[in-house]
Ligand binder design. Structure first.
Ligand code: PLP
Length: 367
């Protein structure tokens, strides 16, 4: 698997600087740009261009090895990718067990525009083929179940049936999994999670090597006004500078913790693609460069799950994931079809032994 050169990424801007320019990215907080005469390729208006976005998108494009456009949230990016690819009468396929707001977007809005929507579970996604689908949306590993699908096979089969594939790569980031290199047409991601990494911003991006699709996505952003704020763009750019070290630490710690948690008497079931006996292990080994930082635990009952989450001093009881602070929540509280005692746990950047001691203390107290 080709991995992005993150050293080169850190110096992308620096290597193009003129003498005296700041090394850190300047934040351009302006809706207007000095524009006498013909608007000939300069920044025009804040809904159309912003130099801070441009630098951020340069870095994201380096990571994705593809043109990239940023949005004010992951859902903003997903909406843009879907609205740029569907038309009235389109048939789309989405996972029944992926991030639930993507299903809501399809059911509550796209269906009213004459788009027909089908859902399939991630583990059975390919069983009935892809004939007749215009857009196939995938999420692998799925959030929260951590099931995976073979992206290269799905991409090839959908392409053979003349459809477009969109992959939500939020849970892995481009450092862990590279859907575009596997033949997927469009990547979408919530950069609110590990890409930003500090739980202080919402953003998302769309990446694709298909020029026509990217033109539509750009037009959608410009016309709908679904643009990121310059400050968020600046924060995300700053977060990306440490993505490599954060992601490395998070994935390494997740592996250590998953192995220890699997052996703890209070844990009834654990899912982590890095565990040898996990249903996603074989696919993860061939398709991802890391096993990720998300794991899920099923404890004995809802009360014990709540006690574990709320008593562990190094776990923030919070929704979302991918931040420097480890966090956890019961997904059933949002209506995900999972056991009431199913806990999604996002491993952060705390030293792993400290984290394990804190988790073990909380788990031991459940006995
Ligand atoms: N995709 C996945 C897999 C997610 O988990 C989320 C949010 O949790 C999103 C998309 C939406 O991202 P945002 O909250 O930035 O809109």
């Amino acid at each position: 698997m080709k991995t992005p050169k993150t050293g080169e990424m850190l110096h992308l801007r620096g290597n193009a600087l003129d003498k005296g320019e700041p090394v850190a990215l300047p934040l351009t907080q302006s809706s207007m740009f000095h524009l006498p005469g013909a608007p000939d390729g300069h920044a025009t208006y804040g809904r159309v261009d912003n130099p801070t976005w441009v630098h951020l998108e340069h870095v994201l494009s380096h990571l994705e090895d593809a043109p990239c456009l940023t949005f004010p949230s992951g859902m903003g990016a997903i909406s843009a990718a879907l609205l740029a690819t569907v038309t009235a009468g389109s048939r789309i396929l989405i996972p029944s067990d992926g991030y639930y707001v993507t299903r809501l977007l399809a059911d509550r809005f796209l269906s009213r525009l004459g788009v027909s929507i089908e859902e399939r579970a991630t583990t059975e996604f390919s069983t009935d083929g892809f004939e007749g689908f215009d857009v196939v949306f995938v999420e692998s590993p799925s959030n929260p179940g951590l099931d995976m699908i073979d992206l290269a096979t799905v991409a090839a089969e959908v392409r053979a049936a003349s459809g477009i594939t969109i992959a939500d790569n939020t849970t892995m980031t481009p450092l862990g999994q590279r859907p575009l290199d596997l033949g997927i047409d469009v990547v979408v991601a919530s950069d609110t999670k590990a890409m930003g990494g500090h739980s202080d911003l919402l953003m998302g991006h769309v990446a694709s090597r298909n020029t026509q699709i990217m033109e539509r996505v750009e037009e959608w952003r410009r016309v709908s006004g679904a643009i990121p704020g310059p400050h968020e763009a600046w924060l995300l750019h700053r977060g990306l500078e440490t993505l490599d070290v954060r992601f490395d630490r998070m994935c390494s710690s997740a592996q250590v913790l998953a192995e220890r948690l699997a052996a703890h008497a209070e844990v009834k079931q654990i899912r982590y693609p890095g565990l040898q006996d996990d249903p996603s292990h074989a696919l993860a080994k061939s398709q991802t460069s890391r096993f990720g930082f998300l794991l899920s635990l099923t404890l004995e009952n809802e009360a014990k799950a709540e006690q574990f989450i709320n008593s562990c001093t190094l776990l923030r009881p919070a929704t979302s994931f991918g931040g420097v602070h480890s966090s956890a929540e019961r997904r059933a509280r949002w209506g995900d079809e999972v056991d009431p005692a199913f806990v999604r746990l996002s491993v952060g950047c705390e030293p792993v032994e400290e984290l394990w001691q804190a988790m073990k203390t909380s788990l031991d107290a459940l006995a």
